[in-house]
Write a protein that binds this ligand. Structure first.
Ligand code: PEP
Ligand code: MN
Length: 337
């Protein structure tokens, strides 16, 4: 259930109510909006607890949430969640652009691409040091060394870093280098990992699972939020369907739907969503028109030689041209690039 406080309720009023709830054995999460505070109450649904809350003068009303995701839902947090990392704001009017190679291959490769995507206008550099590959014979990533190279990108370019974590044991190591920690599609339902990410205080980019429903995806976010880490960014990256011409089917209807259901920011990854560089510009335009808060795009200086995901990677000049083109699309939906 959620407890909606009176519009004028102050800090002490909220404390009084949360202390009472905790005394009854409930977990509490606060959503402090501009006009009022909402308390997310986690625990067994009990009528008498709701009645006790409603009897408190500081409380306006109690609402039972029927959807399984409580903290990820709009009832608990009616305003959009806006995540600020340094100068970069995710979920506000400015769109966020994350770009870079699929995998960290070498220091030179990273720095070369990083400079070009920064000049083009991206704010966040992507690149996997830990790579979840379908085949054990494919390039598996540079791991620790890859994280060191990413660190150099941050130092030399000022770009923020988003990189993937593959298990709960390496969360602190990856968090030490990343500004945003990526959970890949294959790990969306790795609950030990999600719990560990709830423990830390760093934004998490949660990709949609290969065949995950929107509810399963929001429940995965719920794991992180319920640990007290409220900075989750969702990423639609395509789902598996019967269509073989594209690597995945990019579900753009998920964008406005997630916006209705949840307050969390959502970005779109048209690279994994299609698997084809030639489709990335059109699907980027469509994603922004659908209301996405940003894009994640794979960029490689020489896609033919890429150690992973070359066919879906744009060259830096293509990426720069795309961003120019996207400015107009952003403007048409009241956003800024
Ligand atoms: C990636 O971002 O390179 C990646 C592996 O993505 P996904 O988890 O969406 O397949
Ligand atoms: Mn990739």
């Amino acid at each position: 259930m959620i407890v909606v406080m009176n519009p004028g309720a102050g800090k002490e009023d909220v404390e009084k109510v949360t202390t009472k709830l905790q005394g009854m054995g409930y977990g509490v999460h606060l959503s402090t909006g501009e006009n009022r505070t909402i308390i997310g109450v986690i625990g067994q649904r009990r009528e008498e607890a709701a009645q006790a809350m409603e009897a408190m003068p500081e409380v306006e009303r109690v609402v039972f949430i029927s959807r399984p995701f409580k903290l990820a839902g709009r009832d608990f947090h009616p305003d959009d969640t806006v995540i600020e990392i340094g100068d970069v704001v995710i979920g506000g009017p400015n769109l966020v652009l994350m770009a870079g190679p699929c995998a960290v291959e070498s220091e030179e490769q990273l720095l070369e691409v990083a400079k070009t995507i920064k000049d083009a206008g991206a704010q966040i550099f992507r690149g996997g040091a830990y790579k979840p590959r379908t085949s054990p014979y494919s390039f598996q990533g540079l791991e620790k060394t890859g994280l060191e190279y990413l660190q150099k990108v941050r130092e030399q370019t000022g770009l923020l870093i988003v990189t993937e974590v593959m298990d709960q044991f390496t969360v602190d190591e990856v968090a030490g280098c990343a500004d945003i920690i990526q959970v890949g599609a294959r790990n969306m339902q790795n609950y030990y990992l999600l719990r560990e990410l709830g423990r830390i205080r760093k934004p998490v980019l949660l990709k949609r699972g290969l065949s995950a429903t929107i509810e399963e995806w929001l429940m995965a976010a719920e794991y992180i939020l319920s640990g007290g880490n409220y900075e989750v960014i969702l990423c639609e990256r395509g789902i598996r369907t019967f269509e073989p011409y594209t690597r995945n089917t990019l579900d753009l209807s998920a964008v406005p739907l997630v916006k209705q259901l949840s307050h969390l920011p959502i970005i779109v990854d048209p690279s994994h969503g299609t698997g084809l560089a030639g489709l990335v510009p059109a699907m980027s335009r469509a994603a922004l028109a659908a209301g996405a808060d940003g894009l994640m795009i794979e960029v490689h200086s020489n896609p033919q030689e890429a150690l992973s995901d070359g066919p879906q990677s744009l060259r830096p000049d293509q990426f720069a041209a795309l961003l120019k083109e996207l400015k107009g699309v952003a403007l048409s939906v009241g956003r800024i690039i």
